[in-house]
Design a protein around this ligand. Structure first.
Ligand code: ADP
Ligand code: FBP
Length: 439
């Protein structure tokens, strides 16, 4: 997805000086920057494409399979129960008679609906990758009274998880007449190490007002066989899994095992990332809250540095591999002079470097605010710190802390090399936004 960004006339572009140079942007002039969102964590590397003779492939195929037809239409599809249970009976969607759901033409998503990855294409160029559209179908493959659903939340937190849990429970119950819904506690390992809890609309009525996850979460502990044994033993036939890319790798393994055992069990993944770095979907839940909460940190830094001589404020925001929170917070704020993100390398010394930019802004304006996404500049710290390659319980690399490192570097450079006193103000990681519950 492309995001067009316009800068005001009065402020320099809030991106790193080196990024400006790469893009031939001149500070202090209105600019238009095209930023390509191309490293979504849920995007899979395309395997070799499979030719398909039909115009629009509608048969569900394996996850990560690609189908391509003669006019370069590529469908990257998700698997369906009928792939391995072809004779499954289907039933009219209960929504058809639901009072809370008005039945109008095109209420249901056609099985042939797809969403294009690229909005802009040229005449004669390949039509590119497409994904199956989600939404209610006219037919379903479960009778409501036979459904035993479960919900599990795994991996990192994100604002809005409780709202999603509540909507699944209320949607299943009020719209699909499902009454048997279990909560799995504490992530994947909860399947085999904890008791379940019954989830009803009443139980989840107020949870959207709280942050975190009502079902609790964990990292590590994904044991496919134990999880699927447990699903079988409990008679669960719909599994709703809320989590990030690690969680979805685990969900894909659960699906494979379910398929191997020939179970009539649907596995649905609900993508959770505070970073909004998933291609195709409009926005990931939690992102807006993170950007909004970041304003408080940026405002605080701005107030501090404006009140002193040569004030330099650094605000570190979330973003391991993507700078969307930092970039959107920067653009929303208008108080940020420079934004450092993992996608755009920067350097400190010399022409076009960060130090030169800071000095220029201090001369012009007497203070500046830098926003840095936590994944930016990792290569510099790693080169200096020689830290052990530490990982969390799920195997994710733990980041080195860019905030204090950058703060020290700036202070040392100006006080020692430039003999200039600077007033540093550092505001760290804004994980407090995770405590909030709105979307
Ligand atoms: N490659 C994988 N295969 C199976 N399970 C995985 C894999 N990667 C992560 N998981 C499991 O998914 C859960 C969440 O993963 P994690 O990376 O911590 O968070 P996130 O889903 O937010 O990326 C953990 O229980 C972890 O064991
Ligand atoms: O401190 P933790 O729990 O590892 O999480 C922090 C990091 O997780 C991320 O939010 C990504 O996780 P999600 O995509 O699962 O939300 C990073 O951008 C963030 O900085």
């Amino acid at each position: 997805m492309d995001i067009s960004v316009s800068f005001s006339k009065t402020r320099p572009p809030p991106f790193s000086p080196s990024l400006c140079r790469q893009l031939s942007l001149r500070p202090n002039t209105p600019q238009l920057l095209r930023f390509s969102r191309n490293n979504g964590t849920f995007r899979r590397k395309p395997p070799p494409t499979i030719s398909r003779p039909n115009k629009l492939a509608v048969t569900a195929i394996q996850i990560s399979n690609l189908s391509e037809n003669e006019d370069d239409f590529v469908l990257e599809d998700v698997p369906h129960l009928t792939d391995f249970l072809p004779n499954l009976p289907s039933y009219p969607n209960p929504l058809q008679k639901s009072q809370g759901y008005s039945i109008v033409k095109k209420t249901f998503v056609s099985p042939e609906d797809v969403v294009a990855e690229n909005v802009v294409i040229q005449k004669g160029s390949p039509r590119g990758v497409h994904f199956r559209r989600t939404g209610p179908r006219e037919k379903v493959y479960f009778k409501p009274e036979e459904v035993r659903a479960c919900i599990v939340t795994c991996g990192g937190l994100c604002p809005g998880i409780n709202t999603v849990i509540r909507e699944i429970v209320c949607g299943l119950n009020n719209m699909y007449d499902v009454e048997d819904i279990l909560g799995i506690e504490g992530g994947y390992k909860g399947f085999y190490s904890k008791n379940t809890m019954m989830l009803t609309p009443k139980v989840v009525n107020h949870i959207h007002k709280c942050g975190g996850t009502f079902l609790r979460t964990s990292r590590g502990g994904h044991d496919t066989h134990k999880i699927v044994d447990n699903i079988e033993d409990r008679g669960i036939n719909q599994v709703y899994i809320i989590g990030g890319d690690g969680t979805h790798k685990g969900a894909a393994l659960i699906y494979e095992e379910v398929k191997k055992r020939g179970l009539q069990v649907s596995v649905a993944g609900i993508p959770k990332t505070i970073d909004n770095d998933i291609a195709v979907i409009d926005k990931s839940f939690g992102f807006d809250t993170a950007v909004e909460e970041a304003q408080r940190a940026i405002n605080a830094a701005h107030v501090e540095v404006e009140s002193v001589e040569n004030g330099v404020g650094i605000v570190k925001l979330m973003g391991r591999y993507s700078g969307f929170i930092a970039m959107y917070a920067t653009l929303a704020s208008r108080d940020v002079d420079c934004c450092l993100i993992p996608e755009s390398p920067f350097y400190l010394e010399g022409r076009g470097g960060l130090f030169e930019f800071i000095e220029q802004r201090l001369k012009e304006n007497g203070h500046l605010v830098i926003v840095v996404a936590e994944g930016a500049g990792q290569e510099y710290i790693a080169a200096e710190v020689h830290a052990a390659d530490k990982k969390d319980a799920s195997g994710n690399k733990l980041l080195l802390d860019i905030g204090p490192w950058l703060s020290d570097k700036i202070k040392d450079h100006f006080t020692m090399s430039r003999k200039m006193a600077v007033n540093m103000k550092y505001i760290g990681y804004t994980s407090f936004c995770l405590l909030w519950s709105w979307l």
